[in-house]
Design a protein. Structure first.
Length: 315
C-alpha cells in the first residue's frame, strides 16, 4: 500500500506540473465504466437466520452476467466533452446493417460494439476520433489509466497533431492500482452516474408492468440502454453538475480548489418548494419521479423516460 500511495503522490506531482501549461477546459480525463445489462442489488430483505433467500432477476443466466461499457470525457473546467461512447456486447462483435438501422436515434450517444462489451485498441481509436477529435480545437492534456489497450503513444500520434490537422494530445498515464486515488472519473463522477442509473432502473422494476412496456423501451436491451444512457448524459451535462465534475479533479488530488457541489439526490430528487406531488408536464397527473437538472421540471417516470424528456426539455 505504501508503494501505491507513493506512486499516486508522484503522479499527482508530475501531472500538476503539466496542467500548468493548459487551461482547465483542455485538461481531460476519460475512463471506461461497466454496466450490467440488468442492474440488481446485492442486498435482500429477509428474517434473521433464514437459510434460503430468494432474489429476483429477469434473466440471471444472461442479463445479470453480461455487461456493456460507457466512456465519458470530463474536463477540469467542469464539463462533459462530446457524446457518451457506448460499447454494447454483441455475440458476433458487430451489429449488422439491419440492426443498426433500428437503433434508437439518441443525438448525444455514439454507439459501438464488441464481443466482450469492452473497448479494444481499435475501438479506442474510434472513440478518440468520434468523441475527442470532434470537440477539441486546441492542444490538450489527456489523463488516462494504465490499461494496455490505450497507452500506446502511436494511437494518439496517428490521430492528433499538426500532421493530422488536429491539435496535439499529451497523455498522462495513471500508475497501476492508483486509479481509485488519482482518476477523477473514478473518485466521484462514476459513483453519481451509477446512482442515477439505479434510481431510474429500480423505479421501473417496482412501479411499471413489464408486460405493458414496448420492447424498445425495456432497459435491458439495445434501444432501452441507449435511451437510458442518453438521458443520463442529458442530465449530467447540466450546469447544475458543473461543480460536481470539477470536484472530481479535487477528490483525485489533481487540483486544490475544493468546490461545493450538489449531488444527484439533491439536484434530481429534492423537490424543495414544489408542493404539488404530481408531474408538471402538460396534461399529466401521474406521481412525480424526478426533477430535471436542466429545466427543474418535476416529471413522472412516463414523461421522463418513455416520452424521452431530452427532446422535450425546454432548457
Amino acid at each position: 500500500m505504501d508503494k501505491i500511495m507513493l506512486n499516486a503522490f508522484n503522479f499527482r506531482k508530475n501531472v500538476r506540473e503539466k496542467m500548468q501549461n493548459y487551461p482547465d477546459y483542455a485538461i481531460l480525463n476519460t475512463d471506461q465504466c461497466g454496466f450490467q445489462y440488468e442492474l440488481t442489488t446485492a442486498r435482500t430483505l429477509a428474517s434473521k437466520g433464514e437459510k434460503l433467500i430468494f432474489a429476483y432477476a429477469q434473466s440471471p443466466k444472461n442479463l445479470v452476467t453480461h455487461s456493456y461499457t460507457v466512456q465519458y470525457v470530463i474536463s477540469a473546467e467542469g464539463s462533459i466533452i462530446g457524446n457518451v461512447y457506448v460499447c454494447l456486447q454483441e455475440q458476433k462483435g458487430k451489429m449488422g446493417p439491419r440492426v443498426e438501422s433500428t437503433l434508437f436515434p439518441a443525438p448525444n450517444v455514439t454507439v459501438s460494439s464488441s464481443k466482450s462489451g469492452k473497448l479494444s485498441s481499435f475501438l479506442v481509436s474510434d472513440f478518440l476520433n468520434e468523441i475527442i477529435a470532434k470537440e477539441m480545437k486546441e492542444n490538450f492534456l489527456l489523463i488516462i489509466d494504465s490499461w494496455n489497450g490505450q497507452v500506446n503513444p502511436m494511437i494518439y500520434k496517428n490521430i492528433f497533431g499538426p500532421e493530422n490537422n488536429r491539435p496535439d494530445c499529451e497523455i498522462s498515464i495513471i500508475p497501476e492500482k492508483c486509479t481509485p486515488y488519482c482518476q477523477p472519473l473514478d473518485t466521484t463522477f462514476h459513483r453519481q452516474l451509477k446512482y442515477l442509473a439505479r434510481r431510474i432502473i429500480n423505479y421501473a422494476d417496482v412501479f411499471t408492468d413489464p408486460s405493458g412496456i414496448h420492447p424498445n423501451d425495456k432497459l435491458t436491451i439495445r434501444n432501452g440502454i441507449i435511451k437510458l444512457q442518453s438521458l443520463l448524459h442529458h442530465q449530467f451535462s447540466s450546469p447544475a453538475f458543473k461543480n460536481m465534475i470539477r470536484y472530481s479533479f479535487y477528490s483525485s488530488g489533481l487540483i486544490d480548489d475544493k468546490v461545493c457541489f450538489k449531488n444527484v439526490e439533491e439536484v434530481c430528487f429534492n423537490f424543495g418548494d414544489l408542493d404539488n406531488a404530481i408531474c408538471l408536464a402538460d396534461g399529466c397527473n401521474n406521481p412525480r419521479f424526478i426533477k430535471c437538472s436542466r429545466c427543474s421540471q418535476a416529471l413522472c417516470y412516463n414523461c421522463f423516460y418513455f416520452e424521452f424528456h431530452s427532446v422535450n426539455c425546454p432548457s
